[in-house]
Design a binder for this molecule. Structure first.
Ligand SMILES: Cc1cc2nc3c(=O)[nH]c(=O)nc-3n(C[C@H](O)[C@H](O)[C@H](O)COP(=O)(O)OP(=O)(O)OC[C@H]3O[C@@H](n4cnc5c(N)ncnc54)[C@H](O)[C@@H]3O)c2cc1C
Length: 457
């Protein structure tokens, strides 16, 4: 990879646009749709041949509080309680103004995507995500990010927005405190320069840049990298060079329930609905109710860096709404058995230990790890899957103001530079345990919407 540079603008550019967006993930496409709606001439450049990004790898679930869909489903919610949930999960480490902004603008974005662009969102109303005090995850029918990115790309195409693929932005033209444009590599090795009046960084974080992962989050270096390889950290590397502020670079979303060696995400509903994780010795090792992000570190610290998610057929029914879960079943990752003894055998676990572990789960009480269980016990047929811990995406990044403009280290906004999604500092605190489900796409769609709609001063 060529190191991203910051340079003085050339005398002539190959192309010129009003709003240039780097990256065609959820953030970039929402930003482009919003910029066009605001009357801007907009161009998106994307490194890949077809837009996918981490968005396509995700479950495509966007949290939003106070949407029309929630109201129709009889779910009472408010931006204030959403903001409180975000801060509680992140131990109060986030900038309160950013948390409030994201919580308040979340419902309008979902309403707009549904009503104006026809995205068929619905609320996940049959299970709870840890840390959310209301059911507020909104997803498309297949609950997959590939459906979300395809729907956003189709909306952009319908709106006549140009997306030029196979252009990797490598140089930022910055002078006099303003962005003048970028230079991007074409597949034939040539460099193309694009001038812009304003630039939106929607190129996500630095999970695909090994050096930055080692520098900022060494504790997850041994985990699987499960995000999009193309997210190599240009935004933070440029920020360093232009004096822009970055924060919480050690923050990330991990996941401790990735089927191994299949590499398929197993929904955390398998835990929230009453399942547990055991290690190779058939023993539980932590409070799974804390969340799936910190689960990555917990699982990686077990013998062999692996664990086994144990649940039952009732829970599998809930999990089956996720395409990934069905794929894991089709590939034989999920084992099912009528007895715990047989399940232990097929997972290679000590049967006595597994039976003791499941028998010791309290019914409607709290266990030694501090987890509170409901009244429904795991019942045959039982299910199990071998899992490991993974790094999904980074959560630190560029500091932005309430219009998504990038701030300098002195706290002054750069008038024509914006950031959103994984390029911006999110609301997940300083490390892995501050990630509340959905923080990733929340920052992508809300900051994308704000950055796109903002008018250059
Ligand atoms: C397995 C998995 C499951 C997840 N599930 C969820 C979920 O259910 N809910 C949730 O909220 N979040 C989830 N996330 C996180 C979520 O996917 C991300 O937070 C979100 O997609 C970020 O959107 P983005 O637009 O910032 O980045 P991306 O979708 O990654 O888009 C960035 C785009 O920029 C392009 N790009 C990068 N650098 C350059 C460059 N220099 N020049 C040109 N193009 C460039 C990339 O190719 C990419 O297409 C999940 C993540 C993973 C990996």
């Amino acid at each position: 990879m060529t190191a991203p540079t910051v340079e003085a603008p050339p005398e002539q550019f190959d192309l010129a646009v009003e709003t240039l967006v780097i990256g065609a993930g959820a953030c970039g496409l929402v930003a482009a749709l919003s910029a066009q709606e605001a009357g801007q001439e907009v161009l998106v450049i994307e490194a890949d041949a077809v837009p996918s990004g981490s968005t396509a790898l995700s479950a495509g679930l966007v949290p939003a509080a106070g949407t029309k869909l929630q109201k129709s489903a009889g779910i009472a919610d408010s931006p204030a309680s959403f903001a409180a949930d975000i801060q509680a999960k992140a131990h109060g480490e986030n900038d309160q103004a950013l948390v409030d902004l994201l919580a308040q603008k979340s419902a309008p974005v979902i309403n707009w995507l549904t009503q104006v662009h026809g995205l068929p969102f619905s609320v996940v109303d049959d299970f709870d995500y840890p840390g959310h005090s209301a059911r507020r995850m909104h997803g498309l029918p297949t609950r997959s990010g590939s459906e979300l990115i395809d729907a956003l790309r189709s909306a952009a195409e319908r709106a006549g927005i140009d997306i030029i693929c196979e252009r990797r932005a490598e140089a930022l033209f910055f002078e006099g405190g303003l962005v003048h444009g970028i230079a991007a590599h074409r597949p034939d090795g040539e460099v193309e320069t694009i001038a812009c009046k304003r630039l939106i960084l929607a190129c996500n974080g630095y999970g695909g840049n090994r050096n930055l992962v080692v520098r900022y989050m060494p504790e997850i270096e041994a985990g699987l990298w499960f995000g999009h390889d193309g997210n190599r950290g240009e935004a933070v590397l440029w920020a360093d060079q232009i004096g822009a502020a970055t924060e919480h670079l050690g923050a990330y979303q991990g996941h401790g329930n990735v089927a191994h060696p299949h590499g398929i995400l197993i929904t955390w509903a398998t835990m929230t609905e009453g399942g547990v994780q055991v290690n190779r010795l058939g023993k539980r090792f932590w409070n799974e109710a804390k969340g799936y992000s910190e689960a990555a570190r917990e699982v990686l610290s077990q013998p062999g860096g692996e664990a086994f998610a144990i649940f039952d057929a009732r829970i599998a029914d809930v999990a089956r709404q996720f395409e990934d879960f069905k794929r894991a079943e089709a590939q034989g990752a999920i084992k099912t058995a009528d007895t715990l003894d047989d399940l232990a055998r097929s997972l290679g676990l000590p049967a006595d230990a597994l039976e003791n572990t499941i028998a010791s789960i309290p019914t409607g009480g709290t266990d030694v790890f501090g987890r509170t269980f409901g009244a429904i016990r795991l019942a045959p047929p039982y299910c199990g899957v071998r899992v490991t811990g993974a790094l999904f995406h980074t959560q630190g990044g560029l500091c932005v103001d309430k219009t998504a403009r990038v701030l300098t280290r002195e706290g002054v906004p750069i008038a024509n530079l914006y950031a959103g999604g994984g390029a911006a500092c999110g609301v997940s605190g300083r490390a892995d345990s501050g990630y509340l489900s959905g923080n990733g796409l929340l920052a992508a769609v809300v900051l994308g919407r704000i950055a796109g709609s903002a008018v250059t001063s």
